[in-house]
Design a protein around this ligand. Structure first.
Ligand code: NAD
Length: 396
């Protein structure tokens, strides 16, 4: 069939298999061109099919030569419906990993469930023995608690008062004011239950109890802090509360793993175009301005550059990872440089529909958004008949 993008707001409901494969290939080639990392041998990435998780998996396999297990929630193609982008990305990743001689296995299902944890542990036990790195990179709108059966929904809302700021419809370039009502106590509780640290803790406990977490293992989960512009809706809002919980979990896990020489980290990453960040009001506009400013300063990075830097300059340097005063790894350091943020703030004040293309890099935002789904990718013939049914070679 001919596969074209079909969008609904910040969601694209189709994905292109060859375009996704080309995007994965680009990331693989970037890592292959960098110095090798003396890093982990066997890696489990939970949330491995898109964004930061996919980039972590690529750096593990192609930067450190590790075997990888990826857990993710994606759908295969069915009839005239394409698979989701993460499905195609994972199929392409596995094909590339096989060429490079590293083992890779994929598990599709709900990472929050006991079943998927048990299935993953069985796979690790039979195929790899143990893992020495767990990357926790799940971003989800919902979670069903494995013990109580309660289903929680996460919301992106401010806390305490209504937040109003500029936002953009990135399809049309229209800049408007968005107002978001403050979250209720229950919405805060539910967001923490979805995006906080409980499930990360459950993964570590399950892996340890099963004896498949190697001594000296490392674990890392990702956070975002960002500038004043987004604080009310992000860091000081519901999602920030969840990230605080994730940070507290990292401290507990670090103590739990330390007796066996292990380590747990939060890495604060840069704002980037992913399926998750596209859903946050204000953030796409901020990213469009940030891209312009960082490109002008020669400091622009995408997921793969960020993750290569995390592994090679923070986690696996042979020395203790440099941490901020709260004990976090910072690879948002370039984004947060004062000269970058001053320039972003200056532009932000003047932004409107009339000057958006001049003052921001909305064109790149839009292009990268479509590239997440395998569209707008050089070398792909989007008018060609394409089979949407693609197998993931080592799907368990
Ligand atoms: P993403 O949407 O690209 O990826 C999310 C991954 O989680 C996908 O692989 C998806 O399949 C998987 N997933 C979702 N629900 C699942 C479930 N129930 N079971 C198994 N897998 C599931 O998101 P991302 O932007 O890469 O975010 C990953 C992490 O990085 C999050 O913690 C996010 O807060 C953090 N982060 C993101 C940014 C950003 O700008 N995008 C910046 C800093 C930190």
């Amino acid at each position: 069939m001919i596969i074209q993008p079909k969008t609904r707001g910040f969601i694209c409901t189709t994905a292109h298999p060859e375009g996704c494969a080309a995007q994965v290939q680009r990331q693989v080639e970037y890592v292959q061109a960098q110095p090798k990392i003396s890093g982990p041998r066997n890696v489990l990435v939970v949330g491995a099919s898109t964004g930061y998780g996919l980039a972590s998996r690529i750096v593990s396999a192609f930067g450190a030569g590790a075997n990888t297990v990826g857990v993710f929630f994606d759908k295969p193609a069915e009839g005239s419906r394409t698979a989701s982008a993460g499905w195609y990305n994972s199929a392409a990743f596995e094909a590339e990993a096989a060429k490079a001689g590293s083992k890779s296995y994929s598990i599709v299902g709900d990472a929050f469930s006991d079943d998927i944890k048990a299935k993953t542990i069985d796979l690790i036990r039979t195929e790899l023995g143990s893992i020495d790195l767990l990357v926790y990179s799940v971003a989800s709108p919902r979670r069903t608690h494995p013990k109580t059966g309660e289903t929680f929904s996460s919301v992106i809302k401010p806390i305490g008062e209504t937040y109003t700021n500029k936002t953009v419809n990135f399809h049309t370039g229209e800049v408007t004011e968005a107002s978001i009502e403050p979250a209720s106590e229950d919405e805060i509780r539910q967001t923490v239950a979805v995006m906080g640290g409980e499930d990360w803790q459950m993964w570590i406990d399950a892996l340890q109890e099963a004896g498949v977490l190697a001594d000296g293992a490392t674990t890392v989960a990702y956070s975002y802090i960002g500038p004043e512009i987004t604080h009310a809706v992000y860091w000081d809002g519901t999602i920030g509360k969840a990230k605080n919980d994730l940070e507290e979990t990292a401290k507990r896990l670090n103590e739990q793993l330390a007796s066996k020489g292990g380590r747990a980290f939060i890495s604060v990453n840069k704002a980037l175009v992913t399926q998750s960040s596209a859903a946050i009001p204000v953030v796409p506009l901020y990213i469009s301005v940030l891209y312009k400013v960082m490109k002008e300063h020669g400091l622009h990075e995408g997921c793969i550059e960020q993750m290569y830097r995390l592994f090679s300059q923070r986690l696996y340097t042979g020395e203790a990872a440099p941490l901020d005063d709260q004990g976090r790894i910072r690879i948002d350091d370039l984004e947060m440089r004062p000269e970058i943020q001053q320039e972003v703030t200056r532009i932000w004040e003047n932004l409107s529909t009339d000057n958006i293309n001049e003052l921001s890099d909305l064109a790149s935002y839009r292009e990268e958004f479509f590239q997440l789904f395998g569209f707008e990718t050089a070398g792909i013939d989007y008018d060609a008949d394409t089979d949407p049914a693609v197998d993931i070679p080592n799907l368990r």
